[in-house]
Design a protein around this ligand. Structure first.
Ligand SMILES: NC(=O)c1ccc[n+]([C@@H]2O[C@H](COP(=O)([O-])OP(=O)(O)OC[C@H]3O[C@@H](n4cnc5c(N)ncnc54)[C@H](OP(=O)(O)O)[C@@H]3O)[C@@H](O)[C@H]2O)c1
Length: 323
């Protein structure tokens, strides 16, 4: 007997990790996706119920969501996949969760909040590494300094990326860096925001990057100025240089095709051994109008290992009525 939890995109790298994570919690999710052979193969291997539907096929998607209370949507890129699944969840009266880190998608989903409430369901994007640990830490420091006006997050230890995450990043990486100012998401040029953070062994230079918390932290904390930094590793410095001097060129359709083809040649994601390797450090700092600052630091496992745990954990809480 399946639980009324459907993981769509279960045949993908992160979907697979979240199916494993759900099983480890004693859940029996329905596994779903668009490719019948892959979905049935996965379901057979794990003894789970398969459901197959293309996102563009409304009738098939409605049939796939029959009896489902929570959808954990793990098929990205979300700028292509979020809308049809949210529409289907609203029609079906099912809660919608995803692991999107794309700020325009998060903003578009936030605009559906009132409609979701009317239908008695929740829309909650970004239940993966981006943004669960950072969002929890942001909420923690915001509670320590009520009235804070500025939130800065910093992340160290991101060494691996899945093929799909790289493709999603290339889509917007060369526009500039998205930050929130006065409650609005704005673009600043690459290279404008640098700062040192102590991740545990002295100050490390860090570079502001586009990351999902710029979308979500506003809804969690109400703090109007948000920026997210990453430790300045050699690949990140290269990305920054590319964005700064060749951004206009790398945004052209021909280069986008080339970059995405290059991403296709990457491994699907970190191996089990890599996921078990050194973890991440996350810092959250808030500041109020008087210049008072509060900072907290959190250590987590490797990012994809976190996603495999947090997605199913949030789904389990929603299934249990906590929404
Ligand atoms: N928030 C976070 O921390 C976090 C962590 C990991 C990943 N992500 C995001 O999650 C998404 C998936 O990542 P991944 O590493 O799992 O990618 P992946 O291994 O390439 O898997 C993508 C999955 O999505 C499905 N899919 C793609 N486009 C689709 C469409 N138009 N209709 C239906 N299904 C579609 C694929 O189906 P087929 O197998 O049929 O192609 C596959 O099952 C990406 O957007 C990534 O950026 C976020």
């Amino acid at each position: 007997m399946s639980d009324p939890l459907l993981i769509y995109g279960a045949t993908g790298y992160s979907g697979g990790l979240m199916v494993e994570g759900a099983l480890a919690r004693g859940l029996r999710p329905i596994v779903a996706g668009r490719d019948e052979t892959k979905v049935r193969g996965l379901a057979e291997r794990l003894g789970l119920e398969p459901r197959v539907a293309r996102l563009a096929d409304t009738a098939a998607l409605d049939a796939a969501l029959r009896g489902v209370r929570v959808v954990l949507h793990s098929a990205g890129p979300y700028y292509e996949t979020a809308t049809p699944m949210v529409e289907a969840c609203l029609r079906a009266g099912a809660h919608y969760l995803d692991i999107a880190g794309e700020i325009p998608v998060i903003e578009a989903l936030a605009r559906r909040h009132a409609e979701a409430r009317r239908r008695g369901v929740m829309i909650m994007p970004s239940v993966g590494f981006d943004v669960v640990p950072t969002d929890c830490l942001a909420a923690h420091v915001a509670a320590r300094l009520p009235g804070a006006r500025r939130l800065v997050l910093a992340i160290s230890g991101l060494r691996f990326t899945s093929r799909a995450s790289a493709k999603t990043a290339f889509q917007h990486a060369f526009d500039g860096v998205r930050v929130r100012r006065g409650g609005q998401v704005v673009l600043v040029p690459w290279g404008e925001l640098h700062r040192a953070f102590d991740y545990g062994d002295g100050p490390r230079e860090s570079i502001a990057c586009t990351w999902g918390d710029v979308g979500t932290a506003w809804y969690t904390t109400g703090i109007p100025d948000v920026a997210v930094y990453f430790e300045a590793t050699a690949p990140l410095r290269m990305l920054e240089l590319a964005g700064r001097y060749f951004g206009w060129f790398l945004r052209t359709p021909l280069w986008q095709v080339w970059l995405k083809a290059h991403a296709d040649a990457l491994p699907e994601g970190p191996t089990e051994e890599e996921r078990g390797a050194k973890g991440m450090v996350v810092i959250a700092e808030v500041e109020d109008v008087h210049g008072r600052r509060v900072q907290s630091r959190l250590r987590t496992p490797e990012a994809y290992a976190v996603t495999g745990v947090t997605g199913p954990a949030v789904a389990a809480r929603v299934l249990g009525g906590d929404f």
